[in-house]
Design a protein around this ligand. Structure first.
Ligand SMILES: [Zn+2]
Length: 175
């Protein structure tokens, strides 16, 4: 059930246009949208959740990763509840375990979630992640360290990881 009254805001960032959906309790989703008209970034908003999120994204794209770790925007509690307990658990675990510049494999993330055999369910949780960048599904790679799939586009995944200082050999992450 969702009692939230959500609004949307579109903003342009280096990886394209991001659509932010939010309510007064926090953000609901950040999606990569390739074709849409966008609004200028301005911090004069009535919603503190939106303000926090746009500031956080600016920190991220300015490579101020320390600030991104310090000030994660408020996420509406309904986001973690509505998609099922396990997905919420996986997303929270990933936020803790994979800071900027670090990658984990699906198996490692499943293990960190306390469900070593659940790589596939972890993969589903990543594919349905509603919060691009905030829940860093782009930091999850295959067991052989190849970059793997990314719903936002594999080129974007590599761009984001490179932006965070991850080094590559072809499409393989160098540890
Ligand atoms: Zn909400």
């Amino acid at each position: 059930m969702n009692f939230c009254c959500t609004s949307e805001y579109n903003v342009k960032f280096p990886i394209g246009n991001l659509k932010i959906s939010y309510c007064e309790r926090g953000i609901h989703s950040i999606e990569n949208k390739t074709d849409m008209t966008f609004q200028q970034t301005s911090l004069e908003f009535s919603s503190s959740a939106l303000k926090e999120t746009i500031l956080w994204l600016k920190y991220y794209f300015d490579s101020n990763f320390e600030a991104t770790q310090r000030s994660v925007p408020s996420i509406c509690p309904s986001v973690f509840i509505s998609k099922g307990e396990f997905k919420g658990h996986v997303w929270r675990t990933l936020m803790r375990k994979a800071p900027p510049g670090h990658t984990v494999s699906y198996g490692e993330l499943a293990m960190a979630c306390g469900s070593a055999g659940a790589s596939r369910a972890v993969g589903t949780a990543m594919a349905t992640n509603p919060l691009l960048l905030v829940v860093p599904c782009h930091r999850v790679v295959r067991a052989n360290r190849s970059i793997g799939a990314f719903s936002g586009g594999n080129g974007i995944k590599k761009w984001l990881l490179t932006h965070e200082g991850v080094q590559f050999h072809g499409d393989m992450v160098k540890d």
